[in-house]
Design a binder for this molecule. Structure first.
Ligand SMILES: [Zn+2]
Length: 324
């Protein structure tokens, strides 16, 4: 068939468009390496210790106590020279908030790196609570669980050399915004993305853990994650299925959940997925667990089986699936 110049031009345009919008394709392969054990009991304890500080809301007392506690833990596991706390201030709803992002680097000899993240702040109000909608929530799952899992993963990294560089980033101010006011959510992720502590930082990809410790957890494949890094989503969910966790990591498309990973994708240009407890209704609306943004988000709903599943899956990916 003969191609007319205009057809060629169209084809060239199509090619350019498809290339420029194509998401990165990551490769994974079983490396036959041993994977160290994750302790969900320890992760549980790390959540309990955070919750004991009270709500981790910017400017509240428990907030500063918690960042000191986190800094101590990560300095012990990564070495004090490999932990950086990024302090910043921002005025929100007429109040100047002092916030802190924490960065802990493991395997610093590797230039090839990935990133793990969670938010460590908790919500200043629990508007879904029928009796106390204005009170700050305990945030055992929403805030505490992702951090607890990463604290235990840091313990594992300290005792078992990582085959790739890993940076753990804890974001502040994720859950500060009033309902629907997305500009005042993700404060830490936005500050970090626009003021990178390491200039030119470009890990292969990142994984965000949010609400990863609740009972009856369902991790549907979050839609922004599929948009920005579907090959990583597929690998993580395949690992979960291999390990018998297919009832938690369901092979279903979830909803679009605005969270720190969207900011990191859009403002830092780092492909990042989100493992988050949610499912989606037939009309496309998103379901969060019943204790979400209520006073019931406390230690009673934390389940070590959920923590174990998430820890096992992330460690399998890092120690055994990433080709050198
Ligand atoms: Zn929340």
């Amino acid at each position: 068939m003969r191609l007319y110049p205009v057809t060629l031009l169209l084809l060239a345009l199509l090619f350019f468009v498809s290339c420029s919008t194509e998401e990165p394709e990551f490769s994974f392969e079983d490396q036959d390496r041993e994977v160290p054990e994750f302790s969900s009991e320890r992760a549980y304890q790390f959540i309990e210790e955070q919750v004991a500080f009270g709500p981790r809301v910017p400017n509240m007392e428990g907030h500063v106590e918690t960042i000191n506690y986190l800094r101590d833990h990560f300095e012990e596991k990564a070495g004090s020279g490999n932990v950086f706390v990024q302090e910043f201030e921002q005025e929100v709803y007429g109040e100047t908030l002092t916030m802190f992002n924490l960065l802990a680097s493991f395997g610093t000899q590797h230039s090839d790196r990935i990133m793990l993240a969670a938010h460590w702040d908790t919500r200043p109000r629990g508007e879904e609570d029928p009796t106390n909608p204005d009170d700050p929530i305990p945030g055992a799952d929403d805030g505490g669980s992702g951090v607890g899992v990463l604290m235990e993963i840091a313990r594992v990294f300290a005792e078992n050399d990582v085959p790739i560089g890993v940076d753990i980033v804890l974001f502040d101010g994720e859950d500060y915004g009033e309902e629907g006011d997305l500009d005042n959510y993700f404060l830490g992720a936005r500050h970090w993305s626009n003021n990178p502590p390491v200039p030119g930082y470009s890990p292969r990809y990142g994984i965000l853990l949010d609400m990863v410790g609740g009972e009856d957890a369902i991790f549907a494949k979050e839609r922004y994650s599929l948009r920005y890094a579907s090959s990583l989503v597929d690998e993580v969910w395949n690992i979960a299925a291999d390990k018998g966790y297919g009832d938690l990591f369901v092979d279903e498309q979830g909803g679009y959940v605005s969270d720190d990973h969207v900011i990191v994708n859009q403002e830092a240009g780092i492909p990042m997925i989100n493992i988050i407890h949610h499912s989606v209704n037939e009309d496309g609306s998103v379901n969060f667990p019943p204790y979400w943004h209520t006073q019931n988000d406390n230690m009673d709903i934390i389940d070590t089986n959920t923590l174990q599943a998430v820890g096992d899956v992330v460690l399998e990916l890092i120690y055994n699936r990433i080709p050198r």
